[in-house]
Ligand binder design. Structure first.
Ligand code: FAD
Length: 388
């Protein structure tokens, strides 16, 4: 594909990173986003070194300027708050991986990616209120159809349109699966939770049927909080609830966790879904990345990280013959391993107290940096050439 003009569908973390990465390869693109604007609200995101290494390489280190670099990730027990396992992050991770482990506001990351994408591709390169309704090969190009009846011709289309991808629907996407769990997400001022604020850590409490994660954002002034709860049916839509609903769901848990819920006050509540990794990520002049290709449960904190890795790998492959096929060949095995790890978390994080839980805790206590090198080391591999 020589100097193609690409249509990217979706201005999430994956789509915006793709726009920046394509510019570095000298490829022009336009991003079409269904919403009217970038999200301004919302909580935090963890960005592991495999993702921040890509952002650094793409010239996006400034996007991480205000991010927190937590000193460690601790796994703790639900009832007594005892530490099960601890992984040093901070300086240790940065030295080991050449890039930091960061936590930050999701909206701040999107804003920084958006600004960088506009600088790289032009002010007009990101179009809001453009909802893709379908894509089809026509002649020697692809036509994107929008829900207002308009069309856009492109040399190729990259679907970065999330778990319910319209572009992915062309690629035999399997059904969206409800995990049987919902999440409650909130933020709260860190100074109201002094037992957790210093030193700045990612803390994960594991307990029967549920778990809870917190980490600092906004330069450490705020704590982000995600509590997972079993729920036979997902809430019909994102709804706002008070902390008391969550306190009931976490009866018997240690005051370090329950106190956090009491301070947070209000939560967004929504279901957790994934989908089997798509059997094909590309066909002809159409490819998908990020959640559009492999929406995963959040238990490995890798969905956005993998979208960022995809974006770089795909952009590098675009100018090559068989570019999209080479991208899939380069990325699939790693992504499938990570998606399986995330799905394992459904059971592993939620064991009832007993023999199996004790074995898990022994295993987690022994996890050291070397066990996570495969995950956190820079995920980019030069793309393998595949047969036409
Ligand atoms: C509770 C929770 C916590 C998480 N925590 C982490 C974490 O700490 N670290 C991490 O790496 N990942 C995390 N993730 C996963 C991460 O949020 C996703 O994997 C990531 O946002 C995927 O990015 P994306 O760009 O592929 O898709 P999305 O973020 O879904 O973006 C898709 C974009 O496409 C747009 N769009 C959709 N359809 C259309 C259409 N038809 N036409 C035009 N535009 C369209 C959408 O409006 C959106 O802007 C978490 C997920 C959850 C649920």
């Amino acid at each position: 594909m020589a100097s193609p003009r690409i249509a990217v569908i979706g201005a999430g973390i994956g789509g915006l990173t793709t726009a920046v990465a394509l510019a570095r390869e000298g490829v022009r693109c336009t991003v079409f986003e269904r919403e009217a604007a970038l999200p301004v609200a919302g909580g935090g995101i963890q960005l592991s070194p495999n993702a921040t290494a890509v952002l650094h390489r793409l010239g996006l280190a400034a996007a991480l300027t205000g991010a927190v670099r937590p000193v460690a990730r601790e796994l703790r027990r639900w009832r007594d708050n005892e530490v099960i396992g601890r992984l040093e992050l901070g300086r240790a991770a940065e030295i080991r991986y050449g890039a930091p482990y960061c936590t930050m506001r999701r909206a701040a990351l999107c804003r920084a990616l958006f600004d960088a994408a506009r600088r790289a591709q032009g002010d007009d390169a990101i179009r809001f209120r453009r909802r893709c309704a379908g894509v089809e090969h026509r002649g020697d190009g692809v036509v994107v159809r929008f829900d207002d009846g308009s069309e856009q011709r492109a040399d190729a289309v990259i679907g970065a349109d999330g778990i319910n991808s319209v572009v992915g629907a062309r690629l035999r996407a399997g059904p969206v699966r409800y995990s049987g769990h919902s999440v409650y997400r909130a933020v709260c001022p860190a100074d109201r939770v002094p037992w957790l604020s210093v030193p700045q850590r990612v803390v994960v409490w594991l307990g029967p049927g549920r778990h809870c994660v917190t980490y600092p954002i906004d330069g450490g002034r705020t704590l982000n909080l995600v509590a997972t709860v079993p729920e036979p049916m997902p809430p019909r839509a994102i709804r706002e609830v008070s902390g008391s609903e969550l306190l009931a769901a976490y009866a018997g848990w240690h005051p370090a966790v329950r106190g956090l819920f009491a301070v947070a006050g209000r939560f967004d509540h929504h279901g957790l879904f994934d989908r089997p990794v798509l059997p094909a990520w590309q066909r002809g002049r159409v490819a998908v990345l990020g959640d559009a290709a492999h929406p995963m449960l959040p238990f490995a904190a890798q969905g956005a990280a993998q979208a960022i890795e995809d974006a770089e790998a795909l952009a590098r492959c675009v100018p090559e013959p068989d570019g999209f096929a080479r991208y899939e060949a380069a990325r699939r095995a790693r992504v499938e391993r990570i998606a399986a790890l995330a799905r394992d978390g459904l059971r592993d994080h939620h064991l009832a107290d007993g023999a199996e839980q004790r074995l898990r805790d022994d295993r987690l206590a022994r996890v050291g940096p070397a066990d996570l090198d495969w995950l956190y080391q820079d995920g980019h591999r030069p793309a393998a050439r595949v047969a036409r």
